[in-house]
Design a protein around this ligand. Structure first.
Ligand SMILES: [Zn+2]
Length: 471
């Protein structure tokens, strides 16, 4: 048994919480030493630059520095990346792409540092194989400088009262018995909620713990906050958190999330795109638009034949990934670039219309093609009683819909829901609506709204809806 598990299961609650605080303070100090301060000032300065040519020249300078580091330090890349005095996007496009599979099978040859000198980050790929990337200490400090600089524009810093929802397994069985679904880090003002234990029986305890805490900020999985709000909405409860800002991570924020969280808590949602593999950043500005941060890396938007397009999947080259360098990495997310000119906020960083999230997150209809999560989510409009649901595509012509619902999900509402699903999935699709007690999260604690078995390897059945055993 590792130390963390031992502390979680056997330490008194107060001591466990104290240790979480000590651990966080230590992590914080590590992330904020070394290059952190100078990087913070660097990103602050470039946020104010309005000259596109200057920004492009700086991006090219950083790209050249990064690519030459890669060419000379990574065994994998040194096979085809050469040292050049000037790298640009055109010369980048001539290189092969890197897949998740490469990252798994050639991890050691890609990495430029030994694991003991690096900070490891794990991410569950769509294949279910756990992906491990290494950050150098400087990579990590740079990434925190970008994030802190971004969040500070909304008043956030460590020490502010923050409700945190991430995939950490925090709770002991005793906590669960006592219906305490969070841990407090009092030293840093953070309440860490478990994202694994929410269901209809625990929902009220979550709601109470959240509203009593009155956070100034939320950080974490949007679905976890949404499911609490959805429950509160079904009870007609609300709380005025209009001054609170929510920074979602890891999952795509849907229109339905925004509607429900907005209605129940009134807080402001400020979105960002980042990834545990270390992709460059896309950050929401004060005017509510999404901007690519061009000094954190290069986004190429491409079609299936890798030709540049306005909307499609992305290949990322990320400057703060010197530990496990990402060069034209096919990360599995898609974005739509914006045609609009300059943003109202004044920034000249490129605009993105929307982030489509994981490319695999769609159902496939013979009649209607791809049904995205956002589209599927709209099926609950004017349907009562659905607390959350999940679409699981089992074969080309069969989709199972797992639904967690309350008593107001009556037969007429079920029919209305089915009609809305039918409209999207097409006449020939066999649709089974299955009411379940809860829908388990994936291993990372994230909710999987869509599971598509047609897409190779995507079969984490543990993340599907479960019915409790009778008796
Ligand atoms: Zn803007």
């Amino acid at each position: 048994m590792n130390i963390q598990k031992f502390v979680r299961d056997y330490c008194p609650d107060r001591l466990h919480e104290y240790l979480i605080g000590v651990y966080n303070s230590k992590q914080y100090a590590k992330r904020h030493s070394g290059q952190y301060e100078s990087k913070r000032r660097y990103f602050e300065k470039w946020d104010r630059v309005r000259d596109v040519n200057l920004i492009q020249a700086e991006q090219q300078r950083r790209l050249t520095e990064f690519m030459n580091y890669v060419a000379t330090h990574s065994e994998f890349y040194s096979r085809y990346v050469e040292f050049k005095t000037n790298w640009d996007v055109a010369s980048l496009r001539a290189l092969p792409i890197v897949t998740k599979n490469d990252l798994v099978t050639s991890a050691d040859q890609i990495a430029t540092v030994p694991p003991e000198e690096a900070i490891a980050s794990y991410t569950g790929g769509t294949t279910g194989a756990s992906l491990k990337v290494l950050y150098t200490v400087a990579d990590s400090q740079e990434r925190f400088a970008v994030l802190d600089n971004f969040r500070s524009q909304y008043g956030y810093c460590l020490g502010k009262r923050t409700a945190w929802f991430s995939g950490k397994e925090l709770l002991s069985r005793r906590d669960v018995r006592r219906k305490k679904f969070y841990k407090d880090d009092r030293a840093n003002g953070i309440r860490f909620f478990s994202t694994f234990h929410f269901n209809q029986e625990t929902a009220a305890a979550y709601w109470e713990a959240l509203t009593r805490f009155k956070p100034e900020f939320f950080v974490g999985f949007p679905f976890s906050v949404y499911e609490i709000c959805r429950f509160a909405e079904s009870k007609g409860w609300s709380e005025n958190l209009a001054d609170t800002v929510f920074f979602p991570t890891a999952e795509t924020v849907t229109q339905e999330h925004r509607r429900c969280i907005g209605k129940v808590l009134g807080c402001r949602i400020v979105d960002q795109y980042a990834s545990s593999e270390g992709a460059p950043f896309i950050l929401q500005c004060e005017s509510g638009r999404l901007h690519i941060h061009p000094l954190t890396g290069i986004f190429e938007v491409v079609d299936a034949d890798l030709n540049p397009v306005q909307s499609g999947q992305i290949l990322v080259t990320a400057f703060a990934t010197k530990g496990t360098p990402l060069v034209r990495y096919k990360i599995g997310d898609a974005i739509a670039l914006s045609q609009d000119g300059q943003c109202e906020c004044g920034s000249v960083f490129p605009l993105v219309d929307h982030i489509e999230g994981r490319v695999g997150d769609y159902l496939l209809s013979k009649e209607n093609g791809r049904i995205s999560g956002a589209n599927l989510g709209n099926s609950t409009k004017s349907v009562n009683g659905i607390l959350c649901f999940q679409g699981v595509q089992e074969t080309a012509d069969r989709v199972k819909i797992n639904v967690v619902a309350d008593h107001s999900f009556t037969e007429p509402h079920k029919q209305r829901f089915e009609a809305a699903l039918r409209e999207r999935l097409g006449k020939s699709m066999e649709i089974e609506i299955r009411v379940v007690d809860q829908i388990a999260k994936g291993k990372s604690g994230k909710f999987k709204f869509i599971i598509n078995h047609l897409i190779s390897g995507q079969s984490p059945s543990s993340a599907e809806g479960v019915r409790k055993e009778a008796g």
